[in-house]
Design a protein around this ligand. Structure first.
Ligand SMILES: [Ca+2]
Length: 520
């Protein structure tokens, strides 16, 4: 090919690609809808039941309570993968982890993925991101955001690290990357400072365009460090371990071996974070204290919106990126398919269009956030998202909502104690299937056993259901292109440690033992 023609062909190719990509970002406008201003506040590892209005015995969260009272509360909100980076990627793309393939906290996110704020920008929004990005180790500005204030990895609660009791992997003291300028020092407590940046940006805007602000808190990720003004506030408060905490036959006899073994691991209550003197109660109190600044800063956003007379017309969303176990099933942290791990707080208000005190009983998930917020922006969500807009549910419309949702988690070499798993989470039953493991699966009746104490997997009366839910699981995987496992490069530290003085290795279950294939 002549050089000139080759250059021209290349140019044409580049142009057509650019045109295709740009065209893809234009979504049809919904009739009779107005693009809402949107503030999306994401907390890290905030457990679903740790909010004042849920009759918590001593925690006070007046601003979260206010959101629930003035807007909509989703008691059955969940994430489809209970881990920071995968869940964040699902929020931004509307995709299951097997499709966006951000399945650990280390590997970077593919440049081919579209983040939903890109559609908002294209539709005339001004967009901003503040805080924890945490997909890969980067703090570099990413597509979809006009304003960018981000720290690397896990960042730090305080710039001098005070209050921390252990070294958390991916902690970073590099300050902020602001619109590509690196190393802008962090001045104070992270939760306050992120809201300062958000309010500065909101207050300085002159464009008249609708806005989308994504405030992504570091709090309340472990190691939980409350602001000095909140430190010790709950130090004398009682902590009652969950029903599934005691290491009793009643709780554990029918449970998988991996779970019984995890109790004595980095993510178990016996050897939490591999600390010899791990104190579950003290950790829980500090967690609640660290949450107070998250709540107060929600209040600052309310106040600003009130002053600008934007409170009634703006959509405010508060959500957690995954749950957190505080002794549930003998575990800490997340990743599992159990309720405390997959359930998250989700609250939203927009008085102009949402009735106060709305409670949504259906299961909605992180993959539904992108399509839902696009609808609030007056746009028809793209058809390639795995999630669905739940705006019609909030508006009380009679829609045919999904009966089951898929949960997935992919084994990380860093924390080898939690296996690859898929689950079908239904309104009543939850079926959990482990992959690549010589162990038992699980079935729970969430209506009669909300604490998941009785594994029904060997129950004779449940075998038809188990078969049916297993078929459903593979149907859902087939339909969402999830029938191959993402396998990423090993990165980061590895924590396989067990404490020789704590609980012993679990035996195989009795029913695995037989002298021929057909027993006994
Ligand atoms: Ca998280």
């Amino acid at each position: 090919m002549l050089p000139m023609i080759r250059t021209l062909s290349l140019l044409l190719l580049v142009c057509s690609l650019t045109v295709t990509r740009a065209a893809d970002l234009t979504l049809p406008k919904l009739p009779r809808s107005k693009p809402r201003n949107i503030i999306f506040v994401l907390a890290d590892d905030h457990r679903y039941d740790t909010m004042g209005f849920l009759n918590h015995p001593w925690l006070k969260t007046p601003n979260m309570d206010r959101l629930a009272k003035n807007g909509a509360y989703f008691p059955k909100a969940m994430v489809t993968t209970s881990l920071c980076s995968p869940s964040r990627a699902s929020i931004l793309t509307g995709l299951y982890a097997h499709n966006h393939r951000v399945v650990d906290n280390y590997n970077p996110v593919s440049p081919d993925l579209t983040f939903f704020p890109q559609y908002l920008q294209k539709a005339g929004y001004e967009t901003a991101f503040f805080g924890k990005w945490h997909m890969g180790e980067t703090d570099e500005p990413q597509r979809g955001f006009d304003q960018w204030v981000v720290f690397k990895g896990q960042g730090t609660y305080w710039p001098d690290g005070h209050g921390t009791t252990r070294v958390v992997p991916q902690t970073a003291y590099d300050g902020f990357n602001i619109n590509g300028k690196k190393g802008i020092p962090q001045k104070g407590y992270i939760t306050d400072e992120l809201t300062d940046y958000a309010l500065d940006w909101l207050g300085s805007r002159k464009s008249g365009k609708p806005f989308f602000a994504y405030i992504s808190h570091k709090a309340v990720h472990s190691d939980f460090v409350p602001h000095d003004r909140h430190k010790g506030m709950y130090k004398d408060k009682p902590f009652n371990p969950p029903l599934t905490f005691p290491n009793t036959p009643e709780n554990f006899d029918d449970k998988p071996m991996w779970l019984r073994n995890q109790r004595n691991s980095r993510h178990g209550a016996d050897f939490g974070y591999n600390l010899p003197n791990f104190d579950l109660a003290a950790y829980y109190r500090r967690y609640c204290e660290a949450l107070l600044a998250v709540d107060e800063n929600l209040g600052r956003l309310f106040k600003w919106l009130e002053q600008k007379k934007l409170l009634d017309s703006t959509l405010i969303v508060y959500m957690g990126d995954n749950g957190f176990q505080f002794g549930d099933h003998g575990l800490i942290d997340k990743r599992t398919a159990y309720e405390a791990s997959i359930r998250v707080p989700l609250l939203m208000q927009c008085p102009d269009i949402l009735k106060p005190g709305t409670v949504i009983p259906q299961t909605v998930a992180n993959i539904d956030i992108a399509p839902t917020l696009l609808e609030f922006a007056g746009l028809k969500p793209p058809t390639n998202m795995d999630g669905r807009s739940f705006l019609p549910l909030i508006q009380g419309k009679n829609v045919n909502w999904r009966e089951n949702i898929l949960y997935e988690y992919y084994w990380e070499q860093n924390y080898p104690q939690t296996p690859t798993m898929h689950a079908v989470v239904g309104e009543r039953y939850k079926y959990i299937r482990y992959h690549g493991l010589w162990d038992v699966n699980e079935l729970y009746d969430l209506q009669n056993d909300p604490n998941e104490r009785k594994n029904l997997i060997t129950d004779a009366s449940q075998q038809d259901r188990i078969k049916q839910m297993n078929t459903q699981l593979f149907d859902m995987l087939d339909q969402s292109h999830g029938n191959n496992l993402p396998l990423l490069r090993d990165r980061g530290n590895v924590f396989p440690w067990r404490n020789p003085d704590k609980s012993k290795q679990a035996p195989f279950p009795d029913w695995f033992f037989r002298r021929t294939e057909h027993g006994p």
